[in-house]
Design a protein around this ligand. Structure first.
Ligand code: HAM
Length: 375
């Protein structure tokens, strides 16, 4: 029988690397604590309809990237491709949105059947944040301030930049969508295959195309600015003023549309040039219609998620991880003979209580003194 291997796109994190993962995750969790966000833990498996409805039938994720199967009872379930829809489901199911605001975070693996490459995997780790019940631009600012603080703590702030856009209300967007289709129709034959398909189903996503001719065509398309509603415009301007006041630089990118269908108003991405093609380390935005779409009362929402795999690569590229990070122990107690082993374990116990941060290990496995010392 041939040797069994990990499934394509799924990574093993070995002992040396897991210390690096912990370093990133602990620092992020610490910042979230300091901002008063509370963690929730969600299942990896959800009813498939949650994502079809929540993330959107026309998104790449739902169209072609989900790990979906029927369980033994014949119900269609999906390994979560992202956390926002599940978070809304949790909040609704447990009444967390009624007459209250929420600032939540979660972490864990997400699954997407994408073409694997550096920084893009089929199982990857996200830390995500979701806030509910807050409609004004102050929370948009808070989230961007929080992410800026994360980059500072992780030592990658010089390597990332913030891209920002507004997608307005769904009414404004659909008016724009009509104009966009009218503009693109005459170019239909020249568009790449994905974009031709999107022309019918989700024309805004054509802005994401990486194909040169499509990008040339889309560069001449009518911009959203003309259709943007006054409230969304004021919301966006207020956010930009706050960011400028706080010294958080942002590049306005009218082409930024995001790949999931639930966004409205503010959308943003933190990108880097240090990682090649997979340069988005964090993405998010407002989704004011999602709770209602999933069966709840109208409730504003906003959040983001960052890819921990990519953040770790970035922290390594920026050399911000401590050098001795994969050293497992600070003190190794070697009893010179087996009879002293009990005393060594006792001493290790005392050391661990007296110095809680010291990593202490006792030699196990016997052997000659020389071999023990070598170990
Ligand atoms: P997303 O843009 O699909 O948004 O993913 C967020 C981040 O997860 C990306 O910026 C990237 O760093 C990381 N990521 C995505 N796919 C992969 C992959 N295949 N391999 C490695 N890393 C990946 C969401 O998931 C939304 N739920 C974010 C959000 C929360 N919006 C509002 N609230």
């Amino acid at each position: 029988m041939s040797k069994l291997q990990s499934v394509r796109g799924m990574q093993d994190v070995l002992p040396g690397d897991s210390a690096r993962w912990r370093w990133v995750e602990d620092r992020v969790a610490d910042v979230l604590d300091r901002f008063g966000y509370r963690q929730i833990r969600m299942p990896l498996l959800e009813d498939t309809r949650l994502f079809a409805r929540g993330v959107g039938e026309t998104s790449d994720i739902v169209e072609k990237e989900m790990y979906t199967f029927d369980d033994r009872g014949g119900d269609s379930v999906t390994l979560r491709p992202e956390g926002t829809a599940g978070c809304v489901r949790v909040c609704e199911q447990h009444g967390l949105l009624y007459n209250q605001t929420q600032r939540l975070w979660y972490r864990g693996p997400m699954f997407r059947y994408e073409r694997p490459q550096k920084g893009r995997y089929r199982q990857f780790e996200q830390i995500g944040v979701e806030c509910f019940g807050l409609a004004g631009p102050d929370i948009d600012f808070e989230l961007l301030q929080l992410t800026a603080e994360l980059w500072r703590v992780l030592g990658v702030d010089q390597a990332v930049r913030l891209e920002l856009n507004t997608l307005g209300t769904s009414e404004a967007r659909s008016a724009w969508r009509g104009a966009l289709v009218d503009y693109l129709r005459p170019f239909e034959a020249e568009l790449d295959e994905d974009s031709r398909r999107r022309l019918e189903r989700n024309p805004l996503r054509i802005f994401d195309s990486k194909v040169e001719r499509t990008r040339e065509i889309i560069a001449g398309a009518p911009t959203f600015d003309h259709w943007l509603d006054a409230d969304s415009r004021a919301h966006f301007e207020h956010l930009q003023e706050r960011l400028a006041g706080a010294g958080i630089a942002a590049v306005i990118n009218p082409m930024l549309v995001r790949g999931l269908d639930y966004y409205s108003r503010t959308v943003f991405e933190w990108t880097t040039e240090a990682l090649g093609a997979q340069g988005t380390v964090c993405g998010g935005g407002r989704y004011d219609g999602l709770v209602e779409l999933l069966g709840g009362r109208p409730t504003p929402g906003i959040g983001f998620a960052m890819g921990i795999d990519r953040l770790l690569l970035l922290a390594q590229a920026c050399a911000s991880l401590p050098e001795d990070i994969d050293r497992a122990v600070d003190a190794y107690l070697v009893p010179m003979e087996d009879a002293a082993s009990g005393a060594a374990f006792e001493l290790a116990g005392h050391l661990r209580s007296a110095l809680p941060r010291l990593r202490v290990q006792v030699h196990c496995g016997g052997g000659k003194v020389k071999a023990r010392m070598k170990r």
